[in-house]
Design a protein around this ligand. Structure first.
Ligand SMILES: Cc1ncc(COP(=O)(O)O)c(C=O)c1O
Length: 417
């Protein structure tokens, strides 16, 4: 008899029967408000009728049209559709299947385009579980510990998380830029450095907005030194921040961008976008893969982008995000064990600390379980795993935000009193 690997952990006891919009209906007969969206994936809600229809129609036409053998229309349509929401400069796209694969492609492209080997990543960043992606990840040891050595040539620079340093944002940015400069003098010469890889809003690191001043400084340093700026938009992309892409918060444009999760409402497809002049520097055949750019996923992706545009879901995410922040922020004032409530748009999180001020993962877990008990699904994250995060669908309603916030408040109060 075969069983599921015990290394695959679930954070809830829910077995899904079906799901619709912001709701998951479980086999136990209960319904849950899903503020996890499958880790930021079901951007248009579960089973949006237009996405379902597009996928169903595509399944009847062709499921697998292997992209290094033949071309298929949904991939061409998806490129056109993404072209309407991507910065003009990022006009060339390569598709893969998962966020990690997109990160691998971005790292390979940066190395080939610059002829340099080193990568600078930032502390607390999450980029995936495959070996290259895990090698630039430092949000958690679960993707690094026990199977090193990791890919060489990776350097971790301090990330401007002002809560972590207990400094103002300005002081933190200044410190991190000073340390980056020190790194260039002591560890990796700019002329050996192929790329920076950064999440404009850290996801698994704890839903932390990278200060725009830092993003702008990175853009400037990259430009002056011929270093590629890779923005990993796998989690924070596709509307969640109230901007279509999270790098738009700071008004910069990356050289290479990764995307996945929300681009196809749950169908597995990911990609990188870059200027064609950069993409041309990749060696022929260095991009590919059996399943890259699956036809059904691409058809779902086309409809996802259309739904987001036509139903004005980025604006909805911005408005509902403000509503959510207004409901959650008072919790930090009422409870000393909440170190910070933060986030941007629909990406919101709460940092739990013990009476001594240290990170308290047990409190976060208790709140998550209490929320599930009350009918709300949440996620935990951060290097200490002491952060509860929520990321509702882009089309969440005002009533659902009220209900989710009151379920989360009740969960917090049942644990903290
Ligand atoms: C920013 C970021 N990059 C990459 C990944 C890896 O994506 P996947 O799990 O699809 O491989 C994730 C996953 O959470 C992510 O949040």
């Amino acid at each position: 008899m075969a069983t599921l690997s015990p290394a695959l952990k679930q954070s809830s006891s829910v077995v899904v029967d079906h799901a619709k919009g912001s709701w998951i209906y479980a086999q136990n007969g209960r319904r849950y408000l899903d503020f996890t969206t499958g880790i930021g994936v079901t951007s248009t809600g579960h089973c949006h009728p237009r996405v379902v229809k597009a996928a169903q129609e595509q399944i009847g036409k062709v499921i697998h049209a292997q992209a290094t053998t033949v071309m298929h229309q949904p991939m061409l349509d998806f490129i056109d559709e993404l072209g309407t929401v991507l910065p003009e400069q990022l006009n060339s796209i390569f598709f893969s299947n998962s966020g990690s694969e997109a990160v691998e492609s971005a790292l390979r492209l940066a190395k080939m385009a610059t002829g340099r080997q080193n990568i600078i990543a930032f502390q607390g960043g999450f980029h995936g579980r495959t070996m290259g992606a895990a090698s630039v990840t430092s949000a958690t040891l679960t993707v690094r510990s026990g199977f090193g050595p990791m890919m060489p040539g990776v350097f971790f620079a301090p990330y401007p998380n002002s809560y972590h340093y207990h400094w103002s944002e300005e002081e933190t940015v200044e410190f991190c830029l000073r340390e980056l400069d020190f790194m260039f003098h002591t560890q990796t010469d700019p002329k050996d450095t192929a790329a920076f890889i950064i999440e404009p809003v850290q996801g698994d690191g704890g839903y932390i907005k990278t200060p725009p001043a830092f993003m702008k400084a990175l853009r400037d340093i990259a430009d002056r030194n011929g270093i590629m700026l890779i923005c990993d938009e796998v989690q924070a992309g596709v509307g969640k921040t109230g901007h279509f892409w999270s790098h738009q918060i700071s008004g910069i444009t990356p050289d290479i961008m990764t995307m996945a999760k929300g681009i196809a409402s749950g169908f597995p497809i990911s990609g990188i976008a870059a200027n064609e002049s950069i993409m041309k520097l990749a060696w022929p055949g260095s991009q590919g893969g059996t399943y890259c750019g699956n036809a059904v996923s691409a058809a779902a992706g086309v409809e996802t982008i259309r739904v987001i545009k036509e139903e004005h879901l980025v604006a909805n995410a911005a408005e509902r995000g403000v509503q959510l922040a207004g409901l959650l922020h008072p919790l930090a004032q009422r409870h000393a064990n909440i170190g910070e409530v933060r986030g941007v748009g629909l990406m919101r999180s709460m940092e739990f600390i013990g009476d001594d001020g240290d990170p308290d993962p047990q409190l976060a877990r208790k709140v998550q379980l209490a929320a599930e008990d009350g009918g709300l699904l949440t996620l935990t994250c951060s290097p200490y795993n002491n952060v509860v995060r929520i990321v509702p669908a882009l089309n969440v309603s005002a009533e659902e935000i009220d209900e989710g916030a009151s379920l989360l408040t009740a969960a917090v109060e049942s644990v903290l009193g």
